[in-house]
Design a binder for this molecule. Structure first.
Ligand SMILES: [Ca+2]
Ligand SMILES: [Ca+2]
Length: 488
């Protein structure tokens, strides 16, 4: 292999090696030179044929004289195989092997763009330089258009402006935004949320990394109340429930704290909290008793020294369910938070998984519906959550601690166990029929609770979907909590 000089050009050549395997290897800055296989003897000893490499020593050959031509007239070759030195700085074979075999003009890259033009490759802008070649710039943060960075936001991203959700447009500009509706009236991190969820850390669920504010739609249908074909076989109490939204979790201490902080301004207005599917629902009654002020509300939340989850200062219980709620304190929270109490029929329907072939479940997680299995990996009950049978506040873990294994059909966690959950209805027995989005709202002395508590005994059926419970609406107790219903 020899190095042949093609044209007399002034080039500076960096030290380096030309790959032996290449019959024609180009060195950076060596456009005018080519390497070719050549059977002719090589006089240049600096070309290391043994190694198959051509090495160029700029220290020895510091410059190339553009006047050097194929004749090698400026070469100073030494005898006996010594390096043929060119004043060009390139060691090359002298003599007959020098051959102008390459046209430098054809070797120059052709223009690829019109000088001054601009375009984008993804987020990277590039402009066409004076020689007609693309020069890439630094990637844009937001939008690249016509070779330039523009915009103030990433298209598709969202942010809040007051209670408006703004969306970043394709050109990287915020639109005017959409106002959050009544059900989720506050904007937080680009999404409409319920007031209790503004700024709320995601510390719920089994990994303590889920939003405590999750809610999911329960697809409406017809079913039979307190019927599961296994434990309860009376099919007399059919009901139809319209599609609604039910919180995935029981209300947490952290969420309830937002209500407390704004109390008493967070008290419901008369007539608020109606179930939109039930025209006979008059909503909140202004005569219903609530704590007079924030101090009294806090006091009421401390109903059990050993088991209350409320703390006056935010602490380690924020993702635990708030207990010690009476019916009024539960309902008032849900209204303030853009929702309402679920009716007993709605609660029963969601826990049972509806009334089709996948519904009428024994437990919320039962699939098939008659599956009987329950153990502490499914639900929080019998004070077993901390692994022993004695009862303590450790037996009431964060909401969703058995999720998703213990979830109901539409994603609600802790429907069985954790806390008993208030519903809107007076306790009436038997169930009133017919029932289309019905609720027992007339008069009574006891309000319905469903689902079983963290200290409830599974053997007595407390956690079964068919089980009903009740208490006086003014009763605060450490196993009483709530989960809110909402409109889709
Ligand atoms: Ca225990
Ligand atoms: Ca529960």
């Amino acid at each position: 292999m020899v190095l042949r000089r093609a044209l007399a050009l002034a080039v500076t050549i960096a030290a380096g090696a030309i790959p032996a395997a290449s019959g024609c290897a180009r060195i950076s800055g060596l456009d005018a030179w080519e390497i070719v296989d050549d059977a002719a003897p090589v006089a240049d000893a600096s070309v290391d044929q043994g190694a198959g490499d051509v090495s160029i020593d700029p220290a020895v050959d510091p410059s190339i004289d553009p006047g050097v031509g194929d004749t090698g007239s400026n070469e100073s070759a030494s005898e006996g195989g010594d390096s043929a030195q060119l004043d060009t700085g390139v060691e090359a074979e002298a003599g007959p092997d020098l051959d102008a075999s390459v046209d430098a003009a054809s070797d120059a890259p052709a223009p690829e763009c019109e000088a001054g033009a601009g375009e984008c490759q993804g987020l990277v802008p590039r402009t066409c330089d004076a020689t007609g070649h693309w020069k890439s710039g630094t990637a844009c943060q937001y939008v690249c258009q016509a070779g330039a960075c523009t915009g103030v936001c990433v298209p598709g991203s969202k942010r809040c402006s007051g209670n408006l959700v703004q969306t970043c447009q394709p050109a990287g500009q915020w639109n005017t935004g959409v106002k959050c509706g009544d059900a989720k009236p506050a904007c937080f991190e680009g999404a409409c949320v319920t007031p209790s969820c503004v700024g709320m850390a995601s510390k719920c669920g089994k990994g303590a990394d889920q939003s405590c504010c999750g809610a999911s739609e329960v697809t409406g249908g017809t079913f039979k109340r307190s019927y599961d074909a296994v434990n309860a076989t009376d099919q007399s109490y059919g009901a139809t429930v319209s599609t609604f939204v039910l919180d995935r979790y029981e209300v947490t201490v952290g969420r309830y704290r937002k209500f407390v902080e704004q109390y008493p301004a967070s008290k419901p207005a008369a007539g608020s909290g109606r179930n939109p599917h039930n025209t006979s629902d008059a909503g909140w009654n202004a005569s219903w008793p609530l704590p007079a002020d924030q101090a009294e509300l806090k006091s009421r939340l401390k109903c059990s020294a050993g088991y209350q989850t409320w703390t006056d200062a935010s602490g380690g219980n924020e993702a635990k369910p708030i207990n010690c709620l009476d019916w009024y304190m539960a309902y008032a929270f849900c209204i303030w938070d853009g929702g309402r109490l679920p009716t007993e029929a709605e609660w029963n329907y969601a826990a049972a998984g509806g009334g089709d072939a996948s519904g009428h479940r024994v437990f919320p997680w039962s699939d098939p519906p008659n599956a009987w299995g329950i153990d502490p990996t499914y639900a929080v009950y019998e004070c077993l959550a901390d692994g022993n049978a004695s009862c303590s506040l450790a037996d009431l873990p964060v909401v969703g601690s058995r999720s998703p294994k213990g979830d109901a059909r539409w994603g609600q966690a802790d429907m069985a166990g954790s806390l008993w959950e208030w519903t809107q209805d007076w306790f009436v027995e038997p169930y009133p029929v017919p029932c289309v989005d019905c609720a027992s709202l007339g008069t009574g002395t006891l309000r319905v609770m469903r689902g079983g508590g963290f200290d409830a005994d599974a053997a007595n059926g407390s956690l079964l979907n068919v089980q009903r419970n009740y208490d006086a609406p003014g009763a605060s107790f450490y196993s009483h909590g709530v989960r809110c219903a909402r409109s889709p």
